[in-house]
Design a protein around this ligand. Structure first.
Ligand code: MN9
Length: 275
């Protein structure tokens, strides 16, 4: 989410970013996720941000809106608004912080699912949410509501493969860009990640090589991409993305505090990978 110098959502820059990414050939958008800094935004801002993305995309690719929040009522309000505004998918992290029980988490998803007539994508990102979804607890959730997909942002590819086997119908999107290539043989439907904002073309090349069976080439390309990701992680992924996008002609301002902006030294490091 771009912010202006007054720290307000910059809808003009957001529109430019969406158009830029469509031009780069992305297959869809995931609005108000971790990278979008949704947990540093008010409900109203999240609704307005998702709407700008949906309106700009104008049906040319699907848009999923992440509505997760600690309070179920808030997530439901966000989901209803996103659905009314034309979101194609509703997605949510599990409710976090209070270490809710599995039954409570399942009820949270059931409430969202009942509130809107849109396919639901569960967002598993244990490092941030503190809730780790696996084959077993996914079963409890899917027993209580219709789940269309899963965005899986964790490094445990064995667990992901077990989920793949246990839920053959589930649409899985892998979320750690540094293992993008490694996730493909598991049978994912695609990937949703932060660094696609700044180098989606490189992942499209990896996918092309993979589809053509050129595994060695694909592996080398992933290694190259990973050097850039490592640099971004060392500088902070979100602040890095803001800086790189500005370099690429989409000035997105800074991340909201407590995030800090990248330092001059960090800019020099990122400049090695992003000209
Ligand atoms: O879910 C992203 N996760 C976070 C997607 O933003 C926490 C990823 O794309 C990572 O930023 C990326 C770097 O670890 O893989």
């Amino acid at each position: 989410t771009p912010f202006d110098s007054n720290n307000k959502v910059d809808h003009g820059a957001l529109k430019a970013l969406v158009e830029h990414l469509i031009g780069k050939g992305v297959n869809g958008f995931y609005a108000c996720g971790s990278t979008g800094e949704c947990f540093l935004m008010t409900e109203e801002e999240r609704m307005a941000t998702a709407k700008t993305i949906i309106d700009t995309v104008n049906g040319c690719v699907p848009v999923a809106v992440q509505v997760g929040n600690i309070a179920t009522d808030s997530a439901v309000r966000l989901a209803k608004q996103a659905a009314a505004d034309g979101a194609d998918y509703i997605s949510s992290v599990p409710p976090f912080y209070f270490q809710f029980s599995l039954d409570e988490i399942a009820r949270y998803y059931a409430r969202i699912s009942k509130a809107v007539d849109k396919p639901l994508i569960i967002y598993n990102i244990p490092a941030f949410s503190g809730v780790s979804l696996n084959t077993k607890n996914m079963r409890t959730i899917t027993d209580n509501c219709d789940v269309w997909g899963l965005k899986y942002t964790a490094y445990d590819l064995f667990e992901l493969e077990k989920i793949r086997r246990a839920f053959p119908e589930l649409n899985i999107y892998y979320g750690h860009d540094e293992l993008f290539l490694n996730s493909l043989p598991i049978g994912t439907s695609g990937a949703i990640g932060s660094t696609f904002n700044v180098m989606s073309d490189r992942y499209q090349e990896i996918k092309k090589a993979y589809d053509a069976g050129k595994m060695e080439e694909a592996g080398k390309m992933q290694s190259e991409v990973n050097k850039a990701i490592e640099a971004m992680i060392s500088c902070g992924v979100m602040p890095s993305i803001k800086y790189i996008l500005s370099k690429q002609g989409i000035p997105c301002g800074n991340c909201r505090e407590p995030f800090s902006a990248v330092t001059e030294e960090q800019k020099t490091l990122l400049d090695v990978y992003f000209q």
